[in-house]
Design a binder for this molecule. Sequence first.
Ligand SMILES: *Cc1c(COP(=O)(O)O)cnc(C)c1O
Length: 460
Amino acid sequence: MQQLFRQLPSIDALLKQPQAVELCQKFTHSSVVEQARILLEQARKQIIEHQALPDFIADENAFFAMLGEKLQALSEVKIRTVFNLTGTVLHTNLGRGLWSEKAISAATNAMRHNVALEFDIDEGKRSHRDNYISELIQQLTGAEAACVVNNNAAAVLLMLATFAQGKEVIVSRGELVEIGGAFRIPDIMAQAGCKLVEVGTTNRTHLKDYRNAITENTAFLMKVHTSNYHIQGFTSSVSEEELVALGKEYNLPVVTDLGSGSLTDMKSLNLPAEPMVQQKVAAGVDLVSFSGDKLLGGPQAGIIVGGKAMIEQLQQHPLKRVLRCDKVILSALEATLRHYLFPEKLTDELPTFHLLTQSLDSLQHKAERLKNGLSKRLDSRYILQIEPNLAQIGSGALPSETLPSLAVTISAEKQSDLLALEKAFKTYPSPIIGRFAQQKFWLDLRSVAEFEKLIEMLRR
Ligand SMILES: *Cc1c(COP(=O)(O)O)cnc(C)c1O
């Protein structure tokens, strides 16, 4: 064993090799030394465990090739591009939707340059970073002002912390939602230091339930959009309009967490209806919150809209400073909202709407091209078919509301061959992510953006 140890090169000797000099130039001296040490440590371990030199020590070129690969891997970004063929268009695990070109260029502009984020150029004085969004929200929803934070979960937390700390908030038992990723209304209430007052039952809540729960200590009446489930059968809930009327009687604000929300009528695009922000504003709701990266089609953000006085209070709360967005997000959000000033072009310009509204004819065409591309890559163990499928909007939008779609399905005699294929798909330069169901592997065409790049990758 001692003899084997003696065959290990010293770091100094290694660093004198021309390959090492090259690597040092590309990756820095210190990183080369560190990674070389790690490789030598591995070699020592192998000598102890197996009484043998690893191959990469026996061959100097192999050693430097391995060192180069390790350094290259360290320099590469691990959040990689993937192709989403899961059938869930806004897949949270895959980063939700893509931004519009206008949003992307607004964001990169803000990255590369100084921008007038909190500066009023005309007046030559300081302004507020949410002003651009606030003005657009006024035009689009009729609300007086807006406050922008990191995401809608943060928006809910900020509304509760600002107006209900140490006080009671009345919510229907039918609306105590849990969204993926441990966002539960009762937990957020506890975090904001307010007391949740549950009223009604799971399936039925009446106006009198809210009325009976109002005390001296009530901060506001709250509605939460049940975005990821549907209570069916013997049900009843109280509308925003009714709650607003009750709130007026007792001088209490009404607050709505819309979840996704929408600024355009989904029905007119033949998509499942989603409550519209402007409808809630028109109904007299005092504060409405919704996400920037669900159906809105923009960057991750939470938008709160409402009257000037209440929005101003939100802006003054110390948590707002903690939860505020940066120039990149605010630029992309502004660009996204500007699309809504030209509603007929939304399906062309917002990738999310484009994907959701694709016709079955165009999906059929894509399915045939994908099947074709795959058939050239897969051997005879695999059977390819085009089958109808049900896609989902995703991101909390009702999973029970599905969109007609098409998928290329792959089946094989042996399940192990299918598992091997799923693994192989993950080794592509941009991994292909699909879904197992009914002993087949499903590749849904509705959720995949950048389809031409997918075909191009399969060709290579
Ligand atoms: C999705 C959702 C949230 C959380 O929104 P994020 O922007 O993902 O933080 C909160 N409430 C409801 C009702 C939701 O659907």
